[in-house]
Design a protein around this ligand. Sequence first.
Ligand code: HEC
Ligand code: HEC
Length: 282
Amino acid sequence: MNWLSDNVNLLALIGAAVIIILVVFVVGKYIKQMKHDKGSGELMSDNWDGIGEYKNPLPIGWSLSFIGTIIWAIWYFLVGYPLNSYSQIGEYNKEVAEHNARFENKWANPDKDTLMGMGKGIFLVQCAPCHGVLGDGMDAKSADLTYWGGEDAVVEAILKGVKGSHYPLEEMPAGLLDEASAKAVTAFMMKEINVKKSTKNPDLVETGRPLWATCSACHGEDGKGMGGMSADISQYGTPEFIANVLNLGKKGLIGDMPKFTDDRLTKVQKLAVGTYIQSLRQ
Ligand code: HEC
Ligand code: HEC
């Protein structure tokens, strides 16, 4: 780094040099004075073990700056930062919010290509550190997103349970059904409840239909999660579901996924990254 290329640095360096020179000069002067001068003037009446104190008037400059500091402190408290609450952090947040609003406006109606491009960029920066560049969860360090969202993942969720996003119903217990029933109810869910409306096991749909009661107890007859009580699995696997997980965050067995609130990723950005993740599975 070139120290002299920056005006502020240069000014600070000159200031530091001036202070050092002044300190050396003043200290030198007083040390000399202490060596040679004899005290003179009127002594105060008190003395401590023979050591007295001169009656010196307060220096005018010192008194003025002392009073000035008190006035400045009162001004600073009442008009300056603490009470009128201006802060650089506040200004920064405001500017970010303005920028996000402009961004949201600009991309109000993004087409699929825009979402994919935007989503890939966001994924590589915000998600890949935990989910891996390929989205495969890097040997189970976090959710494998090429697998999550598909039917096998639903079966696994039923067998192993799900928790971590802190819905009011908190958790889906493990082992609600055995594997064969889990497969069947998943086929029913994907065909009839989920927006995907298709399953890779169409022959199991009717076997799964009566088992849906096990699920609708918590997810509602329509699977929409009973107004936020549990996950809206009619949207399972979609960008909307992913956006919701991002809003809630997830405490996993292997680590925590932070909440991506709207100031961190805007709604369009969440939709975009969800669209990109959905494409990893197809
Ligand atoms: C006791 C209540 C309860 C029951 C019964 C229940 N669930 Fe859930 N389910 C939940 C809750 C709560 C969540 C959200 C957990 C979280 O993400 O924190 C959830 C999440 C899910 C998810 C999302 C998984 C993920 O990876 O995000 C799927 C899919 C699901 N449930 C399917 C089912 C199916 C199918 C059934 C029926 C066999 C069922 N659930 C029964 C409470 C329940
Ligand atoms: C700090 C690490 C971390 C980051 C960053 C992160 N995740 Fe996650 N993610 C996790 C963990 C841990 C889980 C939960 C795994 C589990 O179920 O135990 C998870 C789960 C998920 C799930 C499955 C949700 C469910 O209901 O099971 C999705 C979808 C997801 N992440 C998407 C994303 C997206 C999109 C991003 C980027 C915007 C992201 N994640 C960033 C750690 C992270």
